[in-house]
Design a protein around this ligand. Structure first.
Ligand code: CP
Ligand code: NVA
Length: 330
């Protein structure tokens, strides 16, 4: 008897830190609800509500899309978001992540945090009595992945069996993307220089899920091979936040082979779409002609951050409170 992907055990009971916590059926449900919420947004009819809920959104690093999509998302869900700059919190004066998480749990229904070190998120999650959502860490960016697969499905009408090329740095966005691909049954070839390969733990989670979903995850060094006949071509910056001192070395390691330009896109299917989580650096990881060209879906991808995060928030906030969440109650 074969085990169905939907039968995989899931620990998505409280937090979303990597995407490794969720099963393929939960992933599908989040994407399906995101599409319903996209339609509600278009019609300005916000039927899904979490009124009375407050989300704390904490930033150790800059953000445009994540910050605004969480704030607008909570508004459209009938709740409230508090945007917090970590430099203005007591954390900047030494309060521990555990105490910060406990304090936020007292007031808020969920916490989203963008942090330098993934370990900080794990400490928030362990101490928090409310859901903790990774709004980007050095290792993962699961909210981006939800939007990315919503976008791919929107344009390709399916996920299973698609051929996706990830070109460039095997970074935080790539790590979550691989897990998302393996949850959806699509195939990803990552083309990167060997020392910029994705996180082994992310590959392991993706490979495990792939046994059930039938995905194929490959890591190679040839960008042109990865792009050949691809349905989707994806890239991200060569220099993630926190890596600015490596800017020159990275430019040398990635250019010219790992730039997504018209020549590379010509290897993909004529119907291929180009994706980038943004912010983009024209002339570095992607040329302006591709980023601003007809195959680029990056602005819809950015918009889908709103819908997919609302789907996530609605799903988490509408769940019955677990015993852990009652931990501090008399
Ligand atoms: N893609 C993304 O997370 O964008 P921001 O850094 O602007 O939030
Ligand atoms: N990999 C990039 C993503 C930015 C949204 C970074 O971590 O800076």
């Amino acid at each position: 008897m074969t085990t169905q992907a939907s039968q995989l055990p899931s620990s998505f009971s409280k937090d979303l830190l990597s995407l490794g916590e969720i099963s393929s059926s939960e992933f599908r449900s989040l994407l399906d609800l995101a599409e319903v919420l996209r339609a509600e947004h278009q019609q300005r009819k916000f039927l899904h509500q979490v009124s009375g809920s407050t989300l704390a959104v904490l930033f150790e690093k800059p953000s445009t899309r994540t910050r605004v999509s969480f704030e607008v998302g909570m508004f459209e869900l009938g709740g409230h978001a508090i945007i917090l700059d970590s430099k203005e919190l007591q954390a900047s004066r030494g309060e521990t992540p555990e105490d910060t998480a406990r304090a936020l749990s007292v007031f808020c229904s969920a916490i989203a945090a963008r942090v330098f070190s993934h370990e900080t998120l794990e400490r928030y999650a362990a101490a928090s009595s409310v859901p903790v959502i990774n709004a980007l860490s050095d290792l993962y960016h699961p909210c981006q992945t939800l939007a990315d697969f919503q976008t791919i499905k929107q344009y390709k009408r399916k996920l299973k069996g698609l051929k996706i090329a990830w070109i460039g740095d095997g970074n935080n966005v790539c790590n979550s993307f691989l897990i998302g691909a393996s949850l959806s049954g699509s195939n990803v070839t990552v083309a990167c220089p060997e020392k910029y390969a994705p996180l082994p733990q992310a590959i392991e989670i993706a490979n495990h899920q792939s046994e059930f979903s039938g995905s194929k995850i490959e890591i190679i060094d040839s960008a042109s091979e990865a792009a050949t006949d691809a349905d989707v071509v994806v890239t991200d910056t060569f220099v993630s936040m926190g890596q600015d001192s490596e800017k020159q070395a990275r430019a040398q390691d990635f250019l010219p082979e790992y730039q997504v330009n018209e020549e590379l896109m010509a290897r993909a299917k004529p119907s291929a779409i180009f994706m980038h989580c943004l912010p983009a650096h024209r002339g570095e990881e992607v040329t302006a002609s591709v980023l601003d060209g007809p195959q680029s879906v990056v602005w819809q991808e950015a918009e889908n951050r709103l819908h997919s995060q609302k789907s996530l928030l609605y799903t988490l906030l509408k769940r019955p409170r677990s015993s852990k969440q009652k931990m501090f109650m008399p």
